[in-house]
Design a protein around this ligand. Structure first.
Ligand code: PEP
Length: 219
């Protein structure tokens, strides 16, 4: 079961460390639960350090990465430097597709960068027709209407899309759901047979709410 916190462009380093110190000791220690926090790039180093020092059952991810490696790509974050801190990366979030013109080709290049460097990519798909790049074994179904709106999809529809994705790309593909997940509705999604976890945006910013989400998933 994957529970992924996507902070988007939020939290100073001090706020990030406060969140880690609050939730770290409360995350249920379970083999089945993989809890990942995705801070802004500038907080990655400190967040990673705090997790190691606290020996917390948390992994670190980035919210994006460069489609290129190291070199003359001003402003980009290549996987070779990110991998000092991360095990995981979100790729192709709909906010990046909408606001930064990210295309399926760029997303496929980012997936290659991640896989070549042993980083697990989580590709965001908007429906069963969004292409899943070769080699990608983890996707999140995120209907645009549900992101940041407080208006989630139904667990039944999310499960149906997850099933279609698995039929198309093979049973080895794990499918998560994302879009207005909170501690009240998370169980409805994770109890579905084709859904392997959740990506949480707004509700992950509040440490107490995020702990509740994790505890509800561990039950
Ligand atoms: C997201 O950032 O991917 C997301 C699902 O956001 P929210 O939970 O706020 O809808």
């Amino acid at each position: 079961m994957w529970i992924i916190a996507n902070w988007k462009s939020n939290k100073t380093i001090a706020e990030a460390l406060d969140w880690i110190s609050q939730i770290g000791p409360q995350i249920p220690k379970s083999e089945k639960l993989r809890v990942i926090v995705c801070p802004t790039f500038d907080a990655l180093s400190e967040v990673k350090k705090a997790i190691i020092v606290g020996n917390f059952p948390l992994l670190v991810g980035a919210q994006d990465l460069s489609p290129f490696g190291t070199g003359a790509y001003t402003g980009e974050e290549p996987v070779q430097t990110l991998s000092q801190f991360i095990d995981f990366v979100i790729v192709g979030h709909s906010e990046r597709r909408q606001n930064f013109g990210e295309t399926d080709e760029m997303i496929a290049k980012k997936v290659v960068q991640a896989l070549d460097n042993n980083i697990t990519p989580l590709v965001c798909v908007q429906d069963e027709n969004t292409p899943v790049p070769e080699g990608c074994k983890l996707v999140v179904f995120e209907p645009v209407f549900a992101i940041g709106t407080g208006n989630p999809d139904t667990p039944e529809n999310a499960d149906e899309i997850a099933k279609k994705l698995k039929e198309k790309y093979g049973d080895g593909l794990e499918v998560l759901y994302g879009g207005s997940v909170n501690s009240q509705n998370v169980k409805g999604f994770i109890s579905k047979p084709n859904i392997s976890g959740v990506l949480v945006g707004n509700a992950s910013l509040d440490a107490e709410e995020f702990v509740k989400i994790c505890k509800n998933c561990a039950l």
